[in-house]
Structure formats: structure tokens, C-alpha cells
Design a protein around this ligand. Structure first.
Ligand SMILES: NC(=O)C1=CN([C@@H]2O[C@H](COP(=O)(O)OP(=O)(O)OC[C@H]3O[C@@H](n4cnc5c(N)ncnc54)[C@H](OP(=O)(O)O)[C@@H]3O)[C@@H](O)[C@H]2O)C=CC1
Ligand SMILES: O=C(O)[C@@H]1CCC=N1
Length: 270
């Protein structure tokens, strides 16, 4: 199976890295291009052994899956670029936030799988959701699911859910990293050594995530189990509540979801 990536940024690299680690597709069958950053392409070649090219023939002839991994603002340019090479059996796997299947199909006459992965794809832990156009074949769905299994879990959803999924789990890793930034900064301010703090923070996250995964208790009950009356957790959580941190996170996810909708609206269906 030949797969070509249009775009060589963080999402493409995360997917390539996952696919290579799981040895799902041979490096010689993975092609990557970008707009002009040839140093980035060389880095990808050196790191993963994938084929890098600016020659469209090489990139797009006899390709089974084209992964669209440019920024949504560059979608039109990329779609026009690949348009002459599209066969009715070519599968487009798009990770573009907010760009609808119908929009892509208004320009390209081929089946589309629209995916919303996240950057944990690089370590095989992406929470990926996909929506399909009706003309995607069983084989194409199987191939894609297999491909995406190399980067984490995949759930099939109705396309209308993808904006919410983008706001929740597409952007999700960034919210967690944001919390860790705050934990690291506070660790420094309360006098902990950086390396010690880092180890403690990561293990705390790993433990809490594992508890969420294996325990049948709700997150609220797990939190209560940490919180002794009149103790330290209670004092800390009180500050979060006084600062409406939970409300801010809810607002954050809703705003990210809205932004995904706004992005999709900026691209008119032709
Ligand atoms: N980052 C994330 O966590 C996630 C991102 N996404 C989606 O993935 C997509 C890519 O995001 P991300 O990887 O972060 O973006 P990056 O900015 O890291 O990468 C974008 C890539 O697209 C290339 N590019 C732009 N225009 C063209 C063109 N006309 N032809 C070929 N290549 C082009 C750029 O090339 P050059 O550098 O040469 O300009 C660059 O390699 C976005 O649509 C985003 O919505 C989805 C889920 C998660
Ligand atoms: O920030 C973005 O637009 C992309 C979509 C999800 C994660 N990153």
C-alpha cells in the first residue's frame, strides 16, 4: 500500500512516527511533501527513512491513501494541487480541523475519511475519531482503521460530532500540558528541584490516568478519595473553585469546539 502525506508538520510527523514504529507500512511506500521546508523533509527522511519529494508524479501516481495534513487555511491550495491526480478509488484521509467531507468532495471526486487524531499519535496513544463519506469501501475503511490503529484508538462517529471531538480530544493534549506547565512553575516556586518535580508530576499523571482507566469510581469520587477533611487537597481545590477553574476548562473546550465550527464556516462549499 502506498501512502502520501501532503504536509510534513507536527501531525504528519506524529502519524509517520507511529506507523514506522509499528512497522505497518514499509518506509519505501510512505511519501511526504510540504510547501517549501526542505530541511524539515530531510529531517523526516533521516529520522524515519520515508521518501521525500516535491515531484507530484512521484508523490501521487498509484497512491492508495493521500493524507491531507496541512493547516486548514492551506486546504484549498493543497486540494487544487492533488486534484489532477485523484482517481475515483483514491482515498483521502483528511486530518484538517473543521474542513467538511462535503467541502473536500466538492473539489475531489473520491471517497473521504475525515479524522481527528491528536499528537499522542507519535507514541501510539492518539484518541482518534473518524467520519466517512458513503462511498468509502469496506476495504478502505479496514485499511484506514488498521493504519490508524498504529497511532492509537479509533472511533467511528457521525461527522457532525467532529467539531466537539476536535475541541475535546484533538486539542486535549494541550490542555494537559498546560496544567503540567502550572505544576512545574509552582514546584519551582515552592522550592522543589526541577528534575525531582518532573518525575513526581509525570508519575502523578500516569497514576491518576491509570486510576481513571481501571477504577469504576467517577472522577469526582476519585478526587474525594484524595481529599481529607480540613487537609491539603481541600485547601488547594478551594483555590481552584474560587477561581472557577472548572468553569474555565468547560469554557475552553466549548470555545475550541466553536472555533472548529468557525473554521469550517470560513470555507464555503462550492
Ligand atoms: N497539531 C495537532 O495536534 C492536530 C492537528 N490537526 C490538524 O492537522 C493539520 C496539520 O496541523 P499541524 O501538523 O499542526 O500543522 P503544521 O503547521 O505543523 O504543518 C503544516 C504542514 O503543511 C505544509 N503545507 C502547507 N501548505 C502546503 C501545500 N500547499 N502543499 C504541501 N504542503 C503544504 C507545511 O509545509 P511548509 O512547512 O513547507 O510550509 C507544513 O509541513 C491541521 O489541519 C490541523 O487542523 C488535527 C489534529 C491534531
Ligand atoms: O489547534 C488546532 O487547530 C488543531 C486541531 C486539534 C489540535 N490542533
Amino acid at each position: 500500500m502506498k501512502i502520501s502525506f501532503i504536509g510534513a508538520g507536527s501531525m504528519a510527523e506524529a502519524m509517520i512516527s507511529g506507523i514506522i514504529k509499528k512497522k505497518l507500512i514499509d518506509q519505501k511506500d510512505i511519501f511526504v511533501t510540504n510547501r517549501s521546508d526542505d530541511i524539515k523533509l530531510s529531517t523526516l527522511h533521516d529520522k524515519y527513512g520515508v521518501q521525500i519529494t516535491y515531484k507530484l508524479d512521484e508523490l501521487l501516481n498509484d497512491v492508495d491513501i493521500i493524507v491531507l495534513a496541512v493547516k486548514p487555511k492551506d486546504a484549498d491550495e493543497a486540494l487544487q494541487l492533488i486534484r489532477p491526480y485523484i482517481q475515483p478509488i483514491t482515498l483521502i484521509l483528511s486530518v484538517l480541523a473543521g474542513i467538511s467531507i462535503s467541502y473536500i468532495q466538492s473539489l475531489l471526486n473520491c471517497p473521504i475519511i475525515r479524522a481527528m487524531p491528536n499528537t499522542s499519535a507519535a507514541i501510539g496513544k492518539s484518541a482518534t475519531a473518524i467520519a466517512l463519506s458513503p462511498d468509502v469501501t469496506k476495504k478502505q475503511l479496514n485499511d484506514t482503521t488498521k493504519l490508524l490503529s498504529a497511532i492509537g484508538n479509533t472511533t467511528i462517529v457521525e461527522e457532525e460530532k467532529l467539531d466537539a471531538i476536535t475541541g475535546l480530544s484533538g486539542s486535549g493534549p494541550a490542555y494537559i500540558y498546560y496544567i503540567v506547565e502550572a505544576m512545574q512553575q509552582s514546584a519551582e516556586e515552592i522550592g522543589l528541584e526541577e528534575t525531582v518535580a518532573k518525575q513526581l508530576i509525570i508519575q502523578t499523571l500516569l497514576g491518576a490516568t491509570e486510576m481513571l482507566s481501571v477504577s469504576d469510581k467517577s472522577p469526582a469520587d476519585l478526587r474525594k478519595a484524595v481529599t481529607s477533611p480540613g487537609g491539603t487537597t481541600e485547601a488547594g481545590i478551594r483555590v481552584l473553585e474560587n477561581n472557577q477553574v472548572k468553569e474555565a476548562f468547560i469554557h475552553c473546550i466549548k470555545e475550541a469546539t466553536l472555533q472548529s465550527r468557525r473554521l469550517s464556516r470560513t470555507v464555503k462549499i462550492k
